[in-house]
Each structure stands twice: as C-alpha cells, then as structure tokens.
Design a protein. Structure first.
Length: 252
C-alpha cells in the first residue's frame, strides 16, 4: 500500500537556522511552509528526490513537539509513508487492532495525514499521508535514499513493518541487518548495538548529483563533516542533530 517515503521529519529549534543548512547549503528546494495550529508547530517541506524533508519548529514548549525537543534535543522525529487512500489504510489498521494516534485523518502539510502510535511500530513514530492532487516532484540536488533504524531485533522489526505497511524486503547477505523498500528509498534496520544502543531512527543517507559542488558548499558554510572516498558524514551539530551521510554513488 505504501508508494514511497513521503518525508522524514526533523525537529528543530529554529526553522530559520535549519534553512541555513538544509536549504541554503545542501540546496534542497523549499516547497511549503505553514503554521499548523493544532500541532503547535511551524513546519516546512523541502524536496529531496521523490521524498521530502520536513522541518518542524515547536511554537511553544508545552506542545507535544515542544516537550519532545526539550527531552531529546534536535533530531529525527517521524517518517511518513505515502499511501493512495489514507482513510482506507487507517480503517484497515484500526480493524487489525493497531494502536493509532489519529482515529481519523486530518489536513496536514503533506495532504490528508494520520499518525500511528510509536508503540505499534517498534518505537518509530509513523505518519501516513495521501498528498493533495497535483503535487509534482521538484528537482533537487540530493535524493534521500535510506533511513537507518536501530532495533533490538532487526528481523522482528522488519517483519512488523512488512505486516503493517506491506513494504517488500530487499535481499541482503545473511547477517543481522534487514532492508525494506519504499518506492526508490529504503529502510535499513540495524542492530541497536551497532548504533550506540539507539532504538528508532538514527541516520539518513542521501546521494548527490554534484558531489564536489556539495562538499564545496559545505566547506564554504563551515559545516563540520568527515570526508571519506565518495562519501561525507555530516556531524550532527551542523545538521540539527541528524546523522547524515551523503554519497556520490547510487547504491542499490
Ligand atoms: Co510529517
């Protein structure tokens, strides 16, 4: 039922500062920005290939996202899957006894949206969205290719996500990691022990069309990053708390 990863959301302290990195340095095109009063946030969507990055700034410390920021600091917050009919998908999950935050979809930045409870998704906050008609993919210098998730038991976690969202498993060499496809993107589930004991979303991987241009822009902006051969790893202090890999290669 899932067509693609619609977006991955990042909680930030100030949207303006987050634009400095994600829009101005990485060059992700700003598609939308809006106040979402019922969530107590200001949010923006930036294009990243067939996927988007959502930046969320809480307007008050007392809101749900405000409390999240106070507790965890800036960083990855939720993943949103594009489904053709969110009402049907939600009703189906409800019938199967899946714990939901939103019993019925509502209008959000990404279209008609609804959140599942993280308890139902191995600690990951998942949003489902059916985008409004007529939304075209805009060109972007980066494409989101991979969301890395830490799990105590990767196999169980990917079985759960397959059962809930019908994400096909991508064959990997035997090992403790598992991978699921969502459109052209993937979810890579790794043992929590490999990522400092973290359970939940831990990192994003992008591919860059113009890798050299991108690293030059990071240099000019004073971004902290580790240089590898054909890959850079941005230090979370420069990317609103997100571990971010950018590669020049297209990987499967
Ligand atoms: Co969202």
């Amino acid at each position: 039922m899932v067509r693609r990863i619609h977006h991955v959301a990042i909680v930030v302290r100030r949207l303006g500062a987050a634009y400095g990195f994600y829009r101005d340095t990485l060059g992700l095109p700003l598609r939308k920005e809006a106040m979402i009063a019922d969530q107590g946030v200001r949010a923006a969507l930036l294009g990243a290939g067939e996927t988007e990055i959502e930046l969320i700034e809480p307007l008050a410390g007392s809101s749900g996202v405000g409390r999240y920021l106070a507790r965890h600091g800036e960083g990855l917050h939720h993943v949103c899957f594009d489904v053709p009919r969110v009402d049907t998908a939600l009703a189906d999950l409800k019938n199967r006894g899946v714990e939901l935050i939103d019993a019925t979809p509502r209008q959000g930045l990404a279209g008609r949206v609804a959140f599942l409870h993280p308890r139902a998704c191995a600690g990951v906050l998942v949003e489902l969205a059916t985008p409004d008609d007529g939304e075209a993919v805009v060109p972007s210098p980066l494409q989101l290719k991979r969301l890395v998730i830490g799990a105590r038991e990767p196999k169980r976690m990917s079985d759960l996500f397959q059962a809930l969202f019908a994400l096909p498993e991508v064959t990997m060499n035997d090992g403790p990691r598992t991978m699921l496809a969502a459109g052209t993107g993937t979810l890579l589930v790794v043992p929590a022990g490999e990522v400092g004991g973290t359970e939940g979303m831990v990192a994003l991987s992008f591919v860059a069309e113009e890798f050299q241009t991108l690293t030059d822009a990071c240099d000019r902006a004073g971004v902290r990053f580790l240089r590898g051969s054909g890959e850079v790893t941005i230090e979370p202090m420069s990317s609103c708390g997100v571990h971010l890999h950018i590669s020049r290669y297209r990987f499967p």
